[in-house]
Design a protein around this ligand. Structure first.
Ligand code: THU
Length: 138
């Protein structure tokens, strides 16, 4: 059981603001569904991410994974919270849940709309129960 990691109200507000701002950088000419993510790591740094689509469709990547891979490639190994901003405040896809779980099963997940209103504050563990995690590879 991984303990929930709860960011402060100020941190949550900053993450939402950063995720909504990032929506402007989404490259989503095919779906026309921009997504922004802002990922807070244990270092205190925040990494933005956007969905990046592709003419061949399948190489496209979600905003959450862009942020996660940016963070890990900069040395981060512990995720504290992520805010995701979409029209309608959608939740992360299953693949992104699995990627986030690797580095923060107890992390907070904030779902925000494009107008910065927050629809849900939850945890990754609640979104992906019984996840397959690194400790299972023994
Ligand atoms: N998308 C994300 O960026 N994150 C999600 O968790 C769900 C979907 C993107 C992928 C694609 O570029 C667009 O939203 C429509 O599915």
């Amino acid at each position: 059981m991984t303990a929930a990691v709860v960011p402060t109200a100020d941190q949550q507000a900053e993450l939402v603001q950063r995720a909504v701002a990032a929506m402007d950088w989404a490259y989503a000419p095919y779906s026309k569904f921009p997504v922004g993510a802002a990922l807070l790591c244990a270092s205190g740094r925040i990494y933005d991410g956007v969905n990046v689509e592709n003419a061949a469709y399948s190489p496209g990547v979600c905003a959450e994974r862009t942020a996660a891979f940016k963070a890990v490639s900069e040395g981060e190994r512990e995720f504290v919270a992520v805010a995701v901003a979409t029209r309608g405040a959608g939740a992360p896809c299953g693949v992104c849940r699995q990627v986030l779980a690797e580095f923060g099963y107890g992390m907070t997940v904030i779902l925000a709309d494009a107008d910065s209103s927050v629809r849900l504050v939850t945890t990754l563990a609640a979104l992906l129960p019984e996840a397959f995690l690194p400790q299972h590879l023994v």
